[in-house]
Structures are given as C-alpha cells and as structure tokens.
Design a protein around this ligand. Structure first.
Ligand code: 5GP
Length: 182
C-alpha cells in the first residue's frame, strides 16, 4: 500500500474508494460528452472542493466537446456548520453570456449554495446552465434543487477527501471518508 492510500486515522469509514470515484466520474464524462456533442461548453469549477473532480471530469470529456474551463469561489460554510449565506469570493473570468455552462461542485447539501450560484450566473444570460456534483446529500435539502449530473447520493454524514476539506484539511485523501467527530 502506498502512503497516499493509507487510511487517515481521523477517518471512521471510507465511503467511496478512489476506484469507485474514478469509474463514476468516467461515466459522467461520457454522458456529458454525449449531451454536449459538437457544442462549446464552459465548465465552471467551484473552488476549492471541486478541484479534484474537475481534473478527473475534464479528462473524461471527449474531444467532440469544445471545452473551456473557469472557476468561481464561494463561501457558505464555517467549519462543519452551514451559515446559509453565499458570498462570491472569486468571479468568472470568462463571460457566461450566450454559452452552455456546466457548474461542477463537490457536494450538494442544503442546496443553498448552488441555488444562489446558478441564479447569479443566470443573470449573465447563459444559453443553458446545468450542475454536475460528485456527491449529493439529498436528505439535507432546504430548497428544491436537483443537479442534472450526480456522482453518488450519500447519507447525511460529514465527509472529507477527494478535494473536500474540514477547516482546509484532508483534501488530498484519494477517497471519500466519514470524518471522526471528536
Ligand atoms: P449547501 O449550500 O448545498 O448546503 O452546501 C454546499 C457546500 O457545503 C459544499 O460545497 C461544501 O463546501 C459544504 N459541505 C456540505 N456538506 C459537506 C460535507 O459533508 N463535507 C464537506 N467537506 N463539505 C460539505
């Protein structure tokens, strides 16, 4: 076992292995390739949590889609508790006007972040706007939001790894794990 695959002592349980994550991301990439065949697509990663899924998803989208990449950063959480407010910390550099836009997120929980973000981007009049999320805690919704592309539906546990953090830690773990609550 290499150092990167050793399970971190703060992880109670590995929920999704790296193999399972990569296999599902490849399926999502194939679906996106079919859906946007012959079109231009602005793929917008929501920093920082989407950084790893973005890297894998982009490589799973075939050459038949003309992909451009951009990022936004939003802030909605302090530690593990939702504040229910969204602040745009970093805005798009590419204009979404008239473009097909795909927002890539690590996890949807209450749905407040993506509801606010899609509304903000819709104001710039994109041709279309869809969301791809790696993880979805459907039990936690506070607003009726459903992403078009979902990797995995997961239970209401606080998870880290594969880009997801707790107070900026654990992003490098190659799997999704449930964090020990001490
Ligand atoms: P929402 O607005 O849907 O409640 O929150 C989405 C954001 O909350 C995600 O982008 C992520 O930053 C954070 N979040 C929600 N659940 C979890 C979780 O289980 N683990 C981590 N690390 N972040 C979470």
């Amino acid at each position: 076992m290499s150092n990167s695959t050793l399970v971190h002592p703060d992880i109670v349980k590995v929920l999704l292995s790296e193999e399972a994550l990569l296999a599902r991301i490849r399926e999502l990439g194939a679906q996106i390739t079919r859906d946007y065949a012959g079109r231009k697509l602005l793929v917008v990663g929501v920093l920082k949590g989407s950084l790893i899924v973005m890297a894998d998803l982009l490589r799973a989208i075939g050459p038949g889609v003309d992909v451009h990449v951009d990022f936004v950063a939003v802030s909605s959480y302090a530690g593990a508790a939702s504040t229910g407010t969204v602040r745009i910390l970093l805005d798009l550099r590419e204009s979404p006007e008239g473009r097909d836009v795909l927002i890539v997120e690590d996890i949807v929980d209450t749905g407040l972040t993506l509801t606010a973000l899609t509304e903000t981007l819709r104001a710039h009049k994109p041709a279309s706007i869809e969301v791809c999320t790696l993880l979805d805690k459907t039990d936690c919704r506070q607003t009726p939001f459903s992403p078009k592309y979902t990797g995995f539906k997961i239970p209401n546990e606080f998870v880290v790894g594969f880009g997801l953090d707790y107070e900026e830690r654990y992003r490098q773990l190659p799997y999704i794990g449930i964090l020990r609550v001490s």
